[in-house]
Design a protein around this ligand. Structure first.
Ligand code: HEM
Ligand SMILES: CC(C)=CCC/C(C)=C/CC/C(C)=C/COP(=O)(O)OP(=O)(O)O
Length: 302
């Protein structure tokens, strides 16, 4: 993430630390919020079920992230943000990383199928395949739409949480999937705008490099508008109540304001990097709080 990361990686990093790094734990923390909160929105899960889904979800997403680092080892080697990862810094071999990723995903599939239900395991595995093959292997290197279509991978966790509690999927689960799907472009393009040199060096066709900065910012605005409408839909048909509604409006209003500030600054030819950083960082808080609000809203009104 830090473009000024040191050039040399510490050679004495313990293996345990590298294994954790392969799973991208900070990203998983938010994936797990978008898994756990829908569990409480869907019903009243036992602590045991929540624990199993968290461990299974971590292993599946962590396995996917490790396989992503195996496939992207050439790209990761040339980007400042990623060059200290275990493969580019020479501390782990690609084969070791691939084996670790596949092992985690296999363990997760067994755990979720055996202790939760087969639908939950199937959805988590679908998220794994979507991220590894559709996003990482195919779209990331070929299309500026990579994170729009590929972003569907990151939208699987709410389905996993919902299915773990209800054993099925319904229209609210679909809404939650779409919320994460439409959140991904403003989340990621804010960062992509700031990391154009990295992505250019790695020849990854991220939107700002292909469409230009202004068009990417326009698209971020439109995706945010759709996102805000989608967040209100479950209230309109009575799935969530007032606490969620107020949270969605306030949190969403702030996100919209941030995204518009980026666009307006660029239109005035003023510096837009500070507002773009703000949108990237706030997007993380936004999604976490929105999902917590829906879980709490349903838990207290049940
Ligand atoms: C295709 C979809 C996505 C792409 C391309 C993407 C890309 C990125 C990138 C490149 C970073 C910087 C990470 C780093 O510097 O190591 C990042 C950060 C982050 N992303 Fe995403 N992301 C996507 C979807 C998601 C989803 C669905 C979630 C969770 C629901 C998520 C959660 C996070 C978090 C928590 C961070 C901050 C990590 C940190 O502070 O180290 N992302 N994302
Ligand atoms: C249910 C389930 C297991 C779903 C999988 C969800 C999952 C692992 C989403 C990850 C999203 C993400 C971090 C994309 C960044 O990849 P990148 O390759 O663009 O980032 P990088 O350049 O930092 O490697």
């Amino acid at each position: 993430m830090n473009g000024d990361a040191p050039l040399k990686a510490p050679a004495d990093t313990p293996l345990s630390r590298d294994l954790v790094a392969l799973t991208k734990p900070r990203i998983i923390s938010l994936l797990l919020v978008t898994t756990a909160a829908p569990m409480y929105a869907a019903g009243s899960p036992s602590l045991w079920t929540v624990l199993l889904v968290m461990v299974g979800g971590y292993l599946m997403a962590g396995g996917a992230n490790a396989v992503n680092m195996y496939i992207d080892r050439d790209i990761d080697d040339v980007m400042a943000r990623t060059r200290l990862r275990p493969i580019p810094s020479g501390r782990m071999s690609p084969t070791q990383v691939l084996a670790f990723g596949v092992f985690c995903a296999t363990l997760a599939t067994w755990m979720l199928a055996h202790f939760v239900n087969v639908l939950t395991a199937g959805l988590a595995l679908a998220g794994f395949y979507f991220y590894v093959f559709i996003y990482t292997r195919i779209l990331k290197r070929t299309s500026p739409q990579n994170i729009v279509i590929g972003g569907a991978a990151g939208a699987f966790p709410p389905l996993v949480g919902w299915a773990a509690v209800t054993g099925t999927l319904d229209v609210t689960a679909l809404c939650l999937f779409l919320i994460v799907f439409y959140w991904t472009p403003p989340h990621f393009w804010a960062l992509a705008l700031l990391k154009q040199v990295d992505y250019g060096r790695a020849k990854v066709p991220m939107a700002p490099l292909v469409w230009g900065e202004r068009e990417t910012m326009n698209q971020m605005v439109w995706y945010t508008v759709i996102l805000l409408v989608l967040t209100l839909l479950p209230v309109l048909y009575g799935a969530f109540g007032v606490l969620y509604l107020v949270s969605a409006v306030v949190l969403g209003g702030l996100l919209m304001w941030g995204v518009l500030k980026v666009l307006w600054a660029a239109k005035r030819n003023a510096p837009w990097t500070a507002p773009a950083w703000w949108v990237y960082k706030y997007s993380l808080l936004y999604l976490a709080l929105l999902f917590v609000a829906m879980g709490v809203d349903r838990a207290i009104t049940r």
